[in-house]
Design a protein around this ligand. Structure first.
Ligand SMILES: Nc1ncnc2c1ncn2[C@@H]1O[C@H](COP(=O)(O)OP(=O)(O)OP(=O)(O)O)[C@@H](O)[C@H]1O
Length: 427
């Protein structure tokens, strides 16, 4: 929706906040990195949970609370709450408090002087957008608000991978963060909602898997540190291998060469300990490609899910969707992730083409060579691609015309946020 006659209410750069299930990225538009990445967590005084009802808000207002790493660190004295589940805001009171700290304490901005860009997951209910608008315009008094679709922002961020190429808003976004992995086809800036696929495996599951492997091997990691150590091992040591059977054989042939060490200190006694890091370094990310090693419920490999999503899309979009598979989110950062994904999706596509051609030939039809290239795009901003896409978008000339304004909100109410601005209006 273009804001007719809207003027850019402030010359100050818009604030961009991408709230993920695990981590919130926040900063100012035009920057290449968020100013802060903190856990999307809030800690309130023990026994007093962050209210589930807005009615409770006033009596909670003065209570002390913490967000981010400070909240996580207070898990023994406070009730820690994660207001976003599977990408969707579930606890609006907590979310409002989290935004309050983001703006006033982290970004140190006066929200009434900055436009705000928020992001939304695929299939976000319109009521959630209305609610976000209500909080932003009424509680924070922001002059303008834009709610960007995460997959579209991830596509914009991927332009940095090919600065000279034509900027495309058609592609398949593979977004894997902490809580969920989505495969989202986007055609000319519009998410093809009916073709989105998701798998219930993401970074948190890989961390749990690594933790389980360390535990089963009896590594001397203090139990209270085990989740954090598993996460650090995952982030620093894990990689995607080409062939899991061959990788096992390589390790077994020379364990001394392939096992590495992780050293730490006991949090209370300060006694040093050392753990071996072994098979989990390639088995962790293997969950994406062979999920049955972790879950008996979800067994479809990610490359197959990507292919299923694209095949479900209109035929005239498929070539472009295969040609621009874009990665987004922390759990796509494993070394060689893009290469394996590209190779595996390409194999699925090639096998299907071959089978089709064999069947045509068997029926006496002429067969011509068909090529359908799969291209997986990775880039340096993948970790916070959605945030970065929001930052780029909000710095584009004319962006303000796509924002909802305070004046519109006052005239029409929260329903102005039901529909997102047509993205191309800003380009
Ligand atoms: N270098 C890395 N290698 C592998 N995983 C990483 C790396 N850096 C961060 N991660 C993982 O990425 C995940 C966080 O990613 P991200 O911030 O994209 O998720 P989110 O936006 O909070 O979650 P969601 O997308 O599910 O809402 C965590 O599980 C984290 O451990």
């Amino acid at each position: 929706m273009a804001a007719a006659g809207a003027s850019w209410a402030s010359s100050k750069p818009p604030v961009v906040i991408d709230n993920g299930t695990g981590y919130t990225k926040m900063g100012y538009s035009g920057n290449s990195e968020p100013s802060y990445i903190v856990p999307t967590a809030i800690a309130t005084k023990d026994g007093v949970r962050a209210g589930d009802h807005r009615a409770k808000r006033t009596e909670m207002e003065d209570l002390d609370f913490f967000i981010g790493d400070e909240a996580v660190a207070r898990s023994s004295t406070h009730a820690v709450n994660y207001p976003i589940r599977h990408g969707l805001i579930e606890n609006w009171d907590s979310m409002e408090r989290l935004w309050q700290r983001c703006m006033f304490d982290y970004l140190r901005c006066e929200p009434e002087e900055h436009g705000v860009v928020l992001t939304e997951p695929p299939l976000n209910p319109p009521e959630n957008r209305e609610y976000a608008a209500e909080v932003m315009f009424e509680t924070f008094n922001v002059p303008t608000l834009y709610i960007g679709v995460q997959a579209v922002l991830a596509l914009i961020a991927s332009w940095t991978a090919k600065p000279d190429a034509e900027h495309s808003l058609t592609g398949t976004v593979v977004d894997s963060g902490d809580g969920v992995t989505h495969v989202i086809p986007v055609a000319e800036g519009y998410v093809i909602g009916s073709c989105i696929k998701h798998i219930p495996l993401a970074g948190h599951d890989i961390t749990k898997f690594v933790q389980q492997q360390l535990r089963e091997r009896g590594e001397p990691v203090p139990p209270e540190m085990s989740m954090d150590v598993a996460r650090r091992i995952k982030e620093d040591h894990c990689y995607v291998c080409k062939d899991v059977a061959r990788e096992f054989a390589r390790f077994d042939a020379n364990p001394g060469k392939h096992f590495s060490k992780f050293e730490g200190r006991h949090p209370r006694t300060r006694k040093p300990w050392t753990a071996d890091v072994g098979y989990e370094s390639f088995l962790g990310p293997e969950l994406f490609f062979n999920p049955e090693i972790y879950s008996s419920q979800h067994t479809k490999p990610l490359p197959q899910v990507v292919d299923d999503a694209i095949i479900a899309c209109p035929i005239d979009t498929r070539r472009a969707l295969y040609n621009n598979v874009v990665l987004s989110g922390g759990s796509t950062l494993f070394s060689k992730f893009s290469k394996r994904l590209q190779g595996d999706v390409q194999s699925i596509v090639d096998q299907r083409i071959e089978a089709n051609q064999a069947s045509l030939a068997a029926r006496g039809h002429a067969v011509r060579e068909v090529k359908l290239p799969v291209n997986v795009v990775s880039h340096p901003f993948q970790r916070y691609a959605v945030w970065f896409g929001g930052s780029m978008l909000a710095a584009m000339p004319g962006f303000e015309r796509s924002c909802h304004t305070k004046a519109q909100y006052e005239e029409e109410g929260p329903r102005i946020a039901r529909h997102n601005a047509v993205f191309s209006a800003t380009m």
